[in-house]
Unconditional design. Structure first.
Length: 207
């Protein structure tokens, strides 16, 4: 599966109308017979007034079909300029989903994303380690997703972990720090990585 992700930097104070418009765009696009699943998230940490829109594609063929719908659908073409007027800028990237485990994420959940900048040439062993970690989490309560770069900066690895609320965030961090399997695998991973960033999002809408 491929994720087509667009990150929008909104104008200050424009989050509420921008979110309402993007939800309407998503609901409108969903009615197309070739529609693919979409998610909308907003910043909980990091840069304020940020929206992240994901489209989940089966492959590159879906990318062309989805782009065609967004460019030709009359209602979307009416709504998008109104949304664009609330934005400062946007960045689009493509990612490849390597593996995912756990129950489905729902609106209202918290999504923690770890972005790892790998050492050059270390993507394959790094992915192998994280796949083992995700396999060990299959019986866990926390949805996890591993994905890698297709466009944008190379040698990037991303881990999404989802929680029903911030009340689960602390206990999950404790689990990572005390689980021996996780600790051993992470020690293997450390030499393959230069640095990382952590960002928290709120899941706003899914279609």
């Amino acid at each position: 599966m491929i994720i087509s992700r667009t990150t929008f930097r909104l104008k200050f104070g424009q989050a509420t109308p921008a979110i309402a418009l993007w939800k309407e765009i998503m609901d409108t696009a969903r009615d197309n017979p070739n529609a693919r699943p979409m998610r909308l998230m907003s910043d909980l940490s990091g840069t304020n007034y940020t929206l992240v829109g994901d489209v989940h594609l089966r492959g590159f063929t879906d990318l062309g079909q989805t782009t065609h719908v967004w460019m030709t659908h009359e209602r979307i073409r009416e709504l998008y300029p109104r949304f664009a007027a609330l934005c400062e800028s946007a960045t689009s990237q493509l990612y490849h989903v390597e593996q995912q485990t756990g129950p489905a994420v729902e609106p209202g959940h918290i999504v923690e994303q770890m972005s790892f900048h790998l050492r050059f040439g270390q993507a394959r062993p790094a992915c192998a380690i994280w796949k083992r970690i995700l396999e060990s989490n299959k019986s866990g309560h926390y949805p996890m997703r591993l994905f890698t770069d297709i466009t944008g900066p190379s040698y990037m690895l991303f881990i999404d972990m989802s929680y029903r609320s911030m009340l689960e965030y602390g206990p999950h961090q404790h689990y990572w720090l005390t689980n021996e399997t996780m600790k051993e695998a992470y020690q293997e991973f450390i030499p393959l990585c230069d640095h990382s960033e952590r960002t928290l999002y709120t899941m706003l809408h899914m279609v």
